[in-house]
Design a protein around this ligand. Structure first.
Ligand code: HEM
Length: 451
């Protein structure tokens, strides 16, 4: 744990008045504790939980009060019932440069207006219209992987799942305007996202280029608005708020970039871990293949209904998201007073919520590190309803949840029965804890045909 000072810091944050010092505070360390979004933060939060319990208070080096909340009922209350009392907090500051004030980072009225305008584009019917694109992206992988089998080579599944999810979200968002980008990585202005988007210093330039390019595309699309497009961009362009106003160019730009970023790495990472877990659990893999063969016997036979009805694939994916939730830590900041259990939350308090830690707390998930998709069997929904929140909860819950399950079921449902995958290295790939939870090293698989 990173204790910065041994004594309670004498700095009174601006937002705390003398009277607010009387509030009832959860237990916690007396020194100041640094929190970021990294491996050290995970270790710190785990130690705090083990030492102080499910609601811990601490003071950050900037003097701000923070609570770490690992109680499922309180997490639910914060995200669902009391959501209007909280803003998104410090966790998303690092991505603001990329996302501007798009849906993921915006708060209050700006968020409410955008969410209402965008939500219809994510209805089940609209997502079903994208099924053919999902199938086409999975089929492209099948072709590439077949060539690898013929040559006796290996597959970097971390890169392959990234490519699949990036291509899919680009085509779903920009339709045929994205074809030139996905045909060659060198021409793809978004390719930098599938490498490391947070450490690379050239990222500022890349973001600038992408923003310029999208502004041009927005102008082009507005100019030729009689054309029919069936992609998210056209739905965003047509969206109107209560007063009949559409998005301005600047708003649209932020929302389009947000959509690509939100929709790509989360699904890519989940699929990466799913392949790793399946390759290490042949019994689970066999059950998935049985179901996939029955529901999706060929690419031509895929329908949204058949894919969505793959119950065991749903369980496999949920169990993967329990063990490796891509958004492993998120934050909120109190805009007004609240209460958590018997404790007070003064305005300005930062809250840290970690799906990763809650999903691996033995009280809620016995033998928590074991991969067992049967935990999510339909008959046993109660735990899922309590201590499971990979997509967040409440009104700010992920908009792309249904899209991502459909894309991941089609991906696994078409590819898993076709290729037997063997891990090249049986060791644990380790965790890289950034804004998303990635594998620390790329996962390599050796494919062969099943039949
Ligand atoms: C396995 C896949 C995914 C996971 C685990 C995931 C997780 C999340 C989480 C945890 C949040 C809320 C963060 C917070 O409240 O602080 C979120 C928000 C969001 N996600 Fe996802 N996501 C996934 C896939 C997608 C996809 C595929 C799309 C788009 C196609 C998408 C679009 C969004 C959007 C637009 C928001 C912002 C919602 C709002 O604030 O109103 N996500 N996602």
């Amino acid at each position: 744990m990173r204790l910065i000072f041994d004594t309670w810091m004498p700095i009174l944050p601006q937002f705390m008045t003398a009277s607010s010092l009387d509030f009832k505070r959860p237990p916690g360390p007396s020194g100041s504790v640094a929190l970021g979004i990294d491996a050290e933060t995970l270790a710190t939060l785990r130690t705090l939980r083990d030492e102080y319990g499910d609601i811990v208070s601490l003071q950050r080096p900037n003097g701000r009060l923070a609570y770490f909340v690992n109680d499922p009922d309180e997490v639910r209350r914060i995200l669902v019932k009391r959501h209007t009392r909280y803003d998104k907090g410090p966790g998303f500051e690092r991505v603001k440069m990329l996302l501007g004030n798009g849906l993921i980072v915006s708060d209050g009225d700006v968020w409410r207006r955008s969410r209402t305008m965008i939500q219809p584009a994510f209805s089940r019917q609209k997502v079903h219209d994208l099924t053919d694109i999902m199938v086409a992206c999975a089929t492209a992988l099948e072709k590439r992987w077949s060539a690898v089998v013929e040559q006796g080579g290996t597959i970097n599944i971390t890169e392959e799942t990234s490519r699949f999810a990036l291509d899919l979200i680009l085509i779903s968002t920009f339709g045929k305007d994205s074809i030139a980008w996905i045909e060659s990585e060198a021409n793809n202005p978004f390719a930098f996202l599938s490498r490391d988007s947070t450490r690379d210093l050239t990222v500022v330039m890349k973001v600038r280029e992408v923003r310029q390019l999208l502004l041009q595309l927005i102008a082009d699309r507005r100019a030729r608005n009689t054309e029919q497009h069936y992609d998210f961009m056209s739905m965003y362009l047509a969206a109107l708020d209560k007063s009949g106003q559409g998005f301005s160019d600047a708003e649209l730009l932020d929302e389009l970039i947000t959509l690509v970023v939100a929709g790509f790495e989360t699904s890519a990472n989940t699929l990466n871990w799913a392949w790793f877990l399946l390759a290490s659990h042949p019994d689970v893999e066999a059950r998935l293949i049985d179901e996939a063969t029955a529901h999706l016997p060929s690419a031509a036979a895929v329908t949204d209904e058949r894919a969505a009805a793959m119950q065991f694939a749903q369980q496999v994916l949920e169990e993967t998201l329990r063990l490796y939730p891509p958004v492993w830590l998120f934050t909120r900041r109190a805009r007004e007073d609240d209460q958590l259990a018997e404790f007070d939350v003064p305005p300005g308090t930062d809250l840290y919520l970690s799906p990763y830690l809650l999903h691996r707390t033995g009280r809620y998930w016995p033998d928590p590190d074991r991969f067992d998709p049967d935990r999510f069997a339909v008959a046993d929904k109660s735990k899922k309803e309590r201590a499971f929140f990979p997509f967040s909860l409440g009104p700010r819950r992920c908009l792309g949840e249904y899209f991502s399950f459909l894309e991941m079921k089609i991906h696994l449902g078409l590819l898993c029965p076709r290729f037997r995958m063997t891990l090249v290295d049986n060791g644990n790939p380790g965790l890289e804890l950034g804004i998303n939870l990635r594998s620390a090293r790329d996962i390599m698989l050796r494919p062969s045909y099943r039949d």
